[in-house]
Structure formats: structure tokens, C-alpha cells
Design a protein around this ligand. Structure first.
Ligand code: HEM
Length: 146
């Protein structure tokens, strides 16, 4: 019981950090930036990556180790949608991460151009993530079970 509560707690902490770091990233990113600003943004992006890992690990624990049986989730369509969205977000987030990793190399005072597509990807990630808590609540109630 207490292990489930702790796992859920860290699932939520991971989610808070995931959302907040992505919002900060979205607020700070611009098409023209100083390299020193890009470096700061790359740090925020690492926090985002670590948060995603925490959400994933605690999600897997909730799925396979604590709480309801793993079959409960495997037989739920809403859970599959939730997992698919998470995977899509993880895959598309590689683009901003690689862009920032490349752009951060060099002198601090240099000016760096960031493609508008990177900003659009971050916006799309935010849009997709908005639906996750709703899907999670539905699946937890068994809605979507087949
Ligand atoms: C940004 C990503 C995610 C968000 C926003 C999210 C959100 C949530 C929320 C709000 C709950 C609580 C549901 C409730 O008790 O009403 C929850 C539970 C859960 N999540 Fe996630 N989650 C995410 C990613 C994941 C991933 C990647 C997995 C699986 C690998 C996962 C597996 C689970 C499981 C198994 C539960 C327990 C549901 C239950 O109580 O029956 N989550 N999630």
C-alpha cells in the first residue's frame, strides 16, 4: 500500500517537473538567441528529459509492480492511447534536444538561430501532454476496458 502511494507520489512529481520544464523551455526559446541562453535552455531540456524518465519508471512500476494487475491496463484501450501519446512525445522531443545540444557548442557571445520548427514541436508536445491526465483518470476508473 505505502509503496503504491510513494510510487504515485513520484509519478506526480515527475509529471509536475515535466510540464513545468517544458513550459519554461517554451517561454525561453526564440528563433534568435545568444549561445549563453541556449546553454541555459539545454539545462532546462535536461531537466525535462530526467522528468520524463521519472514519469516512465514510476509509470512502469504502477503498471507491473504495485497497484492493480498489469492485465488491467493491457486490456484498456485508453491506457494504450496514453502510452502511444507518451511515446510520440518522447520521439518528437528528440528534435529540440538534438538542436539544443548542437547549438550549445561554441562561444557564449555568438548569436544562434533556432528553427521555428523546434518551437512548433515544443508546442505540439504541450498540446499532447494536456490530454494525459484525462486519459490517466479514465483508465484508472476502468473506462476503455475491453
Ligand atoms: C506525461 C505523462 C503521464 C501523465 C501526465 C500521467 C498521468 C497520470 C495520472 C494523473 C495518474 C493518476 C490517475 C488516477 O488515479 O486517477 C496516473 C496513473 C498511472 N499512470 Fe501515468 N501518466 C503519464 C505517463 C505514464 C506512463 C508512460 C505510464 C506507463 C509506462 C503510466 C502508467 C500509469 C499507471 C499504471 C497508473 C496507475 C493508474 C491506476 O491508478 O489504476 N503513466 N498517470
Amino acid at each position: 500500500m505505502i509503496t503504491e502511494v510513494i510510487t504515485r507520489y513520484f509519478h506526480f512529481i515527475g509529471i509536475f517537473c515535466l510540464f513545468s520544464s517544458l513550459v519554461v523551455e517554451h517561454l525561453l526559446i526564440q528563433t534568435e538567441m545568444k549561445r549563453s541562453e541556449v546553454k541555459r535552455l539545454a539545462v532546462v531540456d535536461s531537466i525535462y528529459g530526467i522528468s520524463a524518465l521519472v514519469v516512465l519508471i514510476t509509470g512502469l512500476l504502477l503498471w507491473f509492480v504495485v497497484g492493480k494487475s498489469s492485465e488491467f491496463y493491457l486490456g484498456n484501450a485508453v491506457f494504450h492511447v496514453k502510452l502511444t501519446i507518451f511515446i510520440i512525445v518522447a520521439l518528437i522531443s528528440v528534435y529540440p534536444t538534438l538542436t539544443l545540444a548542437k547549438a550549445r557548442r561554441g562561444e557564449n557571445d555568438d548569436s544562434v538561430s533556432i528553427s521555428k520548427a523546434v518551437i512548433m514541436v515544443i508546442r505540439f508536445e504541450l498540446l499532447l501532454l494536456i490530454f494525459m491526465p484525462l486519459l490517466a483518470s479514465l483508465m484508472a476508473k476502468g473506462i476503455g476496458s475491453f
